[in-house]
Ligand binder design. Sequence first.
Ligand code: S3P
Length: 446
Amino acid sequence: MPISAKKSGPFCGEIITPGDKSISHPALIFGAMARGTTSISGLLEGEDVMATGDAVAAMGAEVARDGVGKYTVTGVGQYGLRDPAAPLDLGNSGTGARLLMGLVAGQGLSASFDGDASLRSRPMGRVLVPLENMGARVSGAAENYRLPLMLSGSVPAIPIDYPMPVASAQVKSAILLAGLGAIGTTIVRERHPTRDHTERMLAHFGADIDIGQEGEDTIIRVSGKNPLSGREILVPGDPSSAAFPLAAALLAPGSDLLLPGIMINPTRAGLLTTLLEMGAEIAFLNERDAGGEPVADLHVKASALRGIEVPAARAPSMIDEYPILAILAAAATGTTIMRGLSELRVKESDRLEAVLDGLRVNGVAARADGDDLIVEGCGSGAEIPGGGIVATHMDHRIAMSFLVMGLVSNAPVTIDSAEMIATSFPDFIGSMRALGACIEEGDTGS
Ligand code: S3P
């Protein structure tokens, strides 16, 4: 079903955004592996995370829902999980699939993994090759380690010393997870920092983890000797989800919006850094710690943005935010150059192509130069033309980005489907409507 967004706003008041996806997955997984109970509040109840909850339940952990975002996971302790009876279906979720592969490899389990068409097309070799080095066996994989496949862990797993060939938190996390079941110390060497939620959460769960620096590299060591014990986890607001209402408020004249409890971990804050450089008025209020993660209330006011160059080194800290940054860049004055976006091509869709196509059908000049994305801003005073129908390729971030575009463009913007938004921000449309956004089913016929 197509959905259209048309010019609305100002967006004022407050919006509660869902719990962080990258923290919700490991909260369930570590809870399942720990001894004792883990109480989670603020869990993202999106389809991706629910699939991970179903997977750990299928392996013998008890996952109970106590209320909205409130879960109790009764863990089984080191080596206590069992092989799932049926294939694990991770739907659209790369994080769920890759982290659970680390779990299966480290806990000596055998499991079949599958997912939707998008997940079946995504690279898994980046995770499976190091897990094979740790003794796991892969069988039945489609060409080039694609899903569906079967993975069997060795007992015990073999510790490895792994310099990361790609900047990926999921690869790092899968190896660390497998390392929890190895005898000895598993080492991950990271040249380009990626989100560090797994490391923070492992320390919180009582794992024997050590993080140091050797020259340019961050060295993460985890030993398998120290089993985890159940903990309380407060999942902070997801900055990747918050980015959408935040962008709408920056672009709709007269907006003044508060986004409480958003995680501002530096490994995730690249978009905020970029927006401040572009001239955005964003205040960080009430900065605090929530369960080992830095959090703030973000107060955003409509701002005139100017184009800038975003360095490639910043990409890992804002990798999921480039689609919405491209919309912000389209409304800015001048040109925005986003460098080093090769990883965007292997997300839920080829996000570089999807963004380019979406911008062009809405009258925005944009081009790719290798792995760089260049967007010509429509400038102050002028508006994004809009009026296009955007192919989302069933990608939630493409869908939300172009709905935001429709809220601030001259003519409405239609997306071909909003279904996948449920993977990461189930109430996105309801929350935006509550702020006054005009988002309607069907093609409003721009
Ligand atoms: C994620 C890491 C990123 C990101 C994804 C979530 C995570 O992927 O794009 O949405 O939860 O660790 P990579 O680690 O592959 O860069």
